[in-house]
Structures are given as structure tokens and as C-alpha cells.
Design a protein around this ligand. Structure first.
Ligand code: ADP
Ligand code: LRH
Length: 485
């Protein structure tokens, strides 16, 4: 039987990696070829992605991936965090560094957009939860600041990197669904909405579906990376969360998922969007997944809260910190981990302490106490999102799958099982890369439908099961401290 080698470029907000997936008809193996930090840079005009250093990381990664596979790769796929983009001029040259979604430029922009198209109408048309960083708001801010004057093309981050590798431009659909300019019922651009908001959809390259060919690596890049051509690039679920959800190793249909990393994305896979007013009020989003599925989920601040504290504390050992946190009594204080007040960088330990004080709870002081407060708060937010998603979509579940970097945090997984009152199956850790690899393999006919793909993962990937303990009463009580205010 033939085994093929696929490279998955997966860029998270905290690190980028290039993984090699070796896929046979009944086998799947993933190895890390290269990992590099993703360090945003604050310049006087604001917070920016260092996209050239990320591209250099991708090239280093492809070189390493080739070295793992005798210089030959059957295809390359790229996924990254959502919503952000680069602008190109008429010659195809990048106009400035892509703006980071945590940059403050979108403050007050949503209100201006809603004056044209009310928030309720916007939700009914696009199904996207309100987040200040949705591409629509970023693009409105850029336009109003005159920054689109020389822009001929807008490429979302994975599409920009694919363009640099191949010379070809496209807009992959799952990530396009995070722009707030796509109709989730049709998977097409919302032309009417864009016209009313004065957004020029001509800036976007034609849509691509996951599995579509996305060009061939340029000869100069082959030379630079030591790869033997031709190497095709395949469109995958280029939104990292779409790739991660594709790699949830569920064996049945009654499952919820939490993609944990810098963010926690908690919700369900649905056949159709939920566009009700109740769903909007609960701030659930309808992003698009593979094969016309909908990723019905809520954004929770995620391990960003811990990353920022760890940065403030001068990078102590994570393992030790988590051991200290495990020794702190449970649920002493919790914060609302869904609160956009935690979006911006800086002063995180202080902001968490302030939130506890403001809600009349004991103020955590030591790093161990603050870490415990973060993990309890994340588990509580996971519980709330999964409970509300089931109710709003009328789709009950029996199990919660956790994928992504957070699967390495056993305390968080156990707390999530306890809070949800459901078993948690944790793994795989590199879900986005696996989903990326499997969509490439599927495009080449190596795996079948979504369920086959999930069965292959369940058979081949190490998974850890956590049973719920202690009843959910104390979690309900903790929630009431936040909602009673
Ligand atoms: P992203 O893709 O958003 O950059 P990841 O999925 O790589 O994020 O997850 C990163 C997070 O995983 C870190 O913030 C950290 O909290 C957690 N993590 C990574 N390694 C470990 C570890 N050894 N133990 C516990 N948690 C870990
Ligand atoms: C996670 C993620 C998430 C988006 C955010 C901007 O990496 O893609 O799904 O909401 O980044």
C-alpha cells in the first residue's frame, strides 16, 4: 500500500509549526518538522503580525519537512488564525504589515457599522457573533483611515502565504466565513450587505473550497527549500478552527468540541446555521466547516489569559505553575472568561484580580492562585457554552471532545469534565495540523467522508478520557456569582 507525505503549515497566535503527515489507507502518523514562535510586534502605529518572519518560518519548515520525506512532498496545506489579512497593491506587493486582531483600531467601529445595518440584521445575514475584530470591522476602520487607497487585493493570512509560495490568489471559504461578509446558508458572498456597507468585494480573490487545488510551489521556492517539484498546494480548512474541528475524533454524532489554544472555541457541528435572535443575544457564531457544515460555537478567551500572566511573571515553568494551581481550593473566585475586556494584551494578573474584586469574590494573589482562577473560569465558560449551544441548536450531546494545546493541561481537562458533567475525551493536541493533512489526503482519494476521517483519528491518535466528578451544583453556584451582578 502506498503511503503519502503531506506538509501541514499551521500558524497559531502563539506559535507556528510545519508538520508532516504520513497517510496510508488505514494509517496516519504526524511528526513535527519545525516549530517557531509567533511574536506580534508593537510599533508606534499599533500591534502588527511579523508576517515576514512567519513566512521565513514556513520556508524553514518546508525545508525540514522535505528532509523528513526524501525531498518529496505530495502536497502542502496552510491554515492559520482567522479574520486577519494583508493588502496588496496593483503589482501584488504587500502594503504594510498585517494588523493584529488585538489591535485597538476597531474601537467604536461596530457602532458605526450598525448605524447602517442594525446588529440584528447583520447577524441574520452572516451568522457571526459580535467580535470587534471581525474582518468587516477591521476593513471598515482601514477604509475610513484611507488605507485602502492603493489596495487592489485583500488576502487572508493563509491565502497570503499560499500566494507567496505559488503566485496564485484565492480566498478559502472556511476562513472567508469569519470575515462577516459570507452568507452561511449559501456559502457565497453577501453582495447586498457589502453594497450597503460600502465594502468592495472586488478586493477578495475568488472563493476556494477545502480540497481545491491552490497552485504549485514556485521554482524559486523549491530551490530555496530543497524540495523536488512539482509540489502542489491544496486548499484545506484554512481557518485553524475549521481544521481542528475536522480532526475531532468523535465516533458518534452526539458530541460537542472545545478547540483549546490561545482561544477556547466551544460548540457543535451542525448541518445548518442557527440565526435566531436568541442565538445572537447569546453571542454564538456560525462559521463554516467542511462539506457545508456549520461550526456553531462561542469564542472564550482561552489560555490567552494564562499566556499573558506567564509573560507578566517572567516565564516561570508551566508544569510547576499547574501543580501549584492544582493545590489551590477549587472555585474560590471566577471571572467571566467570555468577556472581551480580556482581549487586549497587558497587565493580565492585575485585570483578573480587579475582576474578582469587582464581583465581590476573594482576590487571588499568588501565581498559583491566579492560575487556578483562570482554569476554573475557563472550565465554567466551557460549561456555559456547551450547555447553551445544545439548547439553542436543539442538539444534545453525550461527550465533550477537547483538542489543541489545552489537551496538555490535565487539570483543565478534568475541570471541564466536572463543570460540564460529561465525559471529556482529550486529544489530539495537533488537531489543526491533522485536519489540514487529512483534507489534503481526502482530495487525493486516500480517505473517505468526514466520519471515515474521524474514525481514522480515533483509531490512530492517543486520547485521554476524563470522567466527571463531584456533581455540577458548585459550578452552577459559581456561575451565579458572575450572572447575579
Ligand atoms: P495556538 O495554536 O493558539 O498558538 P496551541 O494550540 O499551540 O495554541 O496551545 C498553546 C497553549 O497550550 C499554551 O498557551 C499552553 O497553555 C498550552 N500548553 C502547551 N504546552 C503545554 C504543557 N506542556 N503543559 C500544559 N499546557 C501546555
Ligand atoms: C483561533 C482563531 C479563532 C478566531 C481567532 C481570531 O486561532 O482562529 O477561531 O476567532 O483565532
Amino acid at each position: 500500500t502506498s503511503v503519502r507525505s503531506y506538509a501541514a503549515v499551521d500558524l497559531g497566535a502563539s506559535s507556528g509549526r510545519v508538520m508532516v503527515g504520513r497517510v496510508g489507507t488505514d494509517s496516519l502518523e504526524l511528526t513535527e518538522a519545525h516549530r517557531f514562535v509567533n511574536r506580534p510586534v508593537r510599533v508606534p502605529e499599533g500591534l502588527r503580525w511579523d508576517v515576514l518572519s512567519l513566512y521565513a518560518g514556513v520556508l524553514d519548515g518546508l525545508r525540514a519537512a522535505g528532509a523528513h520525506s526524501g525531498g518529496r512532498l505530495d502536497s502542502v496545506g496552510i491554515d492559520s488564525w482567522a479574520v486577519d489579512y494583508g493588502l496588496l497593491d496593483a503589482d501584488g506587493a504587500l502594503l504594510g504589515n498585517p494588523v493584529h486582531y488585538r489591535d485597538a483600531r476597531t474601537e467604536g467601529v461596530a457602532e458605526k457599522v450598525w448605524a447602517n445595518v442594525p446588529a440584528a440584521e447583520l447577524y441574520a445575514a452572516t451568522g457571526l457573533q459580535y467580535a470587534p475584530f471581525n474582518t468587516l470591522y477591521q476593513l471598515t476602520a482601514a477604509r475610513d483611515a484611507g488605507q485602502l487607497a492603493h489596495a487592489e487585493r485583500l488576502l487572508l493570512i493563509p491565502d497570503l502565504l499560499a500566494y507567496w509560495l505559488t503566485g496564485e490568489q484565492g480566498t478559502e471559504l472556511t476562513n472567508a466565513s469569519t470575515t462577516q461578509l459570507i452568507d452561511p446558508r449559501t456559502g457565497e458572498w453577501s453582495y447586498g450587505l457589502a453594497a450597503r456597507l460600502g465594502i468592495d468585494l472586488g478586493l477578495f480573490a475568488p472563493l476556494r473550497q477545502p480540497g481545491d487545488p491552490a497552485g504549485t510551489i514556485r521554482p524559486e521556492v523549491l530551490e530555496e527549500t530543497g524540495l523536488t517539484g512539482p509540489v502542489p498546494v491544496t486548499a484545506v480548512g484554512s481557518h485553524d478552527t475549521a481544521s481542528a474541528v475536522a480532526a475531532v475524533p468523535a465516533t458518534g454524532e452526539r458530541f460537542a468540541y472545545i478547540c483549546t489554544g490561545t482561544w477556547s472555541l466551544a460548540g457543535l457541528e451542525l448541518d445548518a446555521p442557527v440565526l435566531t435572535e436568541e442565538s445572537r443575544a447569546a453571542n454564538f457564531t456560525n462559521e463554516l466547516g467542511l462539506d457545508g457544515t456549520v461550526r456553531y460555537l462561542r469564542n472564550i478567551m482561552g489560555l490567552w489569559l494564562l499566556q499573558e500572566c506567564v509573560r507578566a511573571w517572567g516565564d516561570p515553568d508551566l508544569g510547576e505553575l499547574l501543580r501549584d494551581a492544582a493545590a489551590v481550593p477549587a472555585l474560590r473566585s471566577v471571572v467571566d472568561a467570555g468577556d472581551a475586556a480580556f482581549l487586549a494584551p497587558g497587565r493580565m494578573p492585575e485585570r483578573i484580580a480587579e475582576a474578582c474584586r469587582a464581583s465581590g469574590q476573594p482576590v487571588p494573589r499568588t501565581p498559583g492562585e491566579i492560575t487556578r482562577c483562570i482554569l476554573d473560569s475557563l472550565a465554567l465558560a466551557h460549561r456555559r457554552a456547551i450547555e447553551e449551544a445544545q439548547r439553542l441548536a436543539d442538539q444534545p450531546v453525550d461527550v465533550v471532545h477537547i483538542v489543541g494545546g489545552g489537551t496538555r493541561n490535565a487539570l483543565l481537562c478534568q475541570l471541564t469534565a466536572d463543570a460540564c458533567g460529561l465525559p471529556v475525551v482529550a486529544g489530539p493536541t495537533e488537531a489543526a495540523a491533522l485536519g489540514n493533512v487529512l483534507v489534503q489526503a481526502r482530495a487525493h482519494g486516500l480517505v473517505g467522508d468526514r466520519a471515515d476521517l474521524r474514525r481514522l483519528l480515533a483509531r490512530t491518535q492517543p486520547l485521554t478520557r476524563y470522567e466527571p466528578q463531584g456533581g455540577t451544583g458548585r459550578w452552577r453556584e459559581a456561575q451565579s456569582r458572575l450572572t447575579a451582578r
